[in-house]
Ligand binder design. Structure first.
Ligand SMILES: [Zn+2]
Length: 158
C-alpha cells in the first residue's frame, strides 16, 4: 500500500477561479485607511461583486466599492457598510438569517454581477466565477503622537 501523500493545502477554496486578492474587513468606524497599511501608497477604489456566505446556507452577492491597493492586491471593506447592505439584502431574501455569522469569501469576475442580478447564474454557478481571497489580513489603526493622553512632563519651550 503506497504511503499517503501529505498534501498540505492550507484551506479549502470554494471558487473555481484562482484566488486573487488579500482582504481586510475594517472594523474601525473612525479609521478610513486612505493609505495602504502595507506600503503606504494612496488607496484607490475598486467596485466588485463580493460574495458573502451567511450561516447556515445563504450566499449573498453584494456589489460594493472597496479600497484597493494595486501594489499589494489588497482590498479593504468597511464592516459597518458591509453589514448594512447585508442586512438589507437578507431582510428581503432570507429574513430568518438576519444577524447570523457570515464570512466574505471572495469576489466574482467583473461581468458576473449582471448575470447574478438577472438570475441567470444559479447559486451553484457562482462558484464557477468566484475568486476566493488569497489571505485574510488584520491591521491595527495607527495612532499618531498627538493623541497621546499622558500629561506632558514639561511645557514645550516657546
Ligand atoms: Zn499597498
Amino acid at each position: 500500500m503506497p504511503a499517503k501523500k501529505q498534501k498540505n493545502t492550507q484551506r479549502i477554496t470554494l471558487g473555481k477561479l484562482p484566488p486573487i486578492y488579500k482582504f481586510f474587513l475594517n472594523p474601525y468606524q473612525d479609521v478610513r485607511f486612505s493609505r495602504c497599511p502595507i506600503c503606504d501608497a494612496k488607496m484607490r477604489s475598486r467596485k466588485l461583486p463580493f460574495v458573502v456566505h451567511v450561516d447556515p446556507h445563504l450566499l449573498s452577492v453584494l456589489n460594493m466599492t472597496a479600497r484597493y491597493c494595486p501594489n499589494d492586491e489588497l482590498l479593504i471593506l468597511h464592516k459597518d457598510k458591509l453589514e448594512n447592505l447585508l442586512a438589507f439584502t437578507a431582510a428581503q431574501s432570507a429574513p430568518e438569517m438576519l444577524g447570523n455569522s457570515y464570512l466574505v469569501v471572495g469576489t466574482l469576475e467583473h461581468n458576473a454581477y449582471a448575470q447574478v442580478a438577472s438570475g441567470a447564474l444559479t447559486m451553484g454557478g457562482i462558484f464557477g466565477v468566484l475568486h476566493d481571497f488569497q489571505e485574510y489580513l488584520q491591521f491595527e489603526p495607527v495612532h499618531y503622537g498627538w493623541v497621546n493622553t499622558d500629561p506632558p512632563e514639561e511645557k514645550p519651550a516657546e
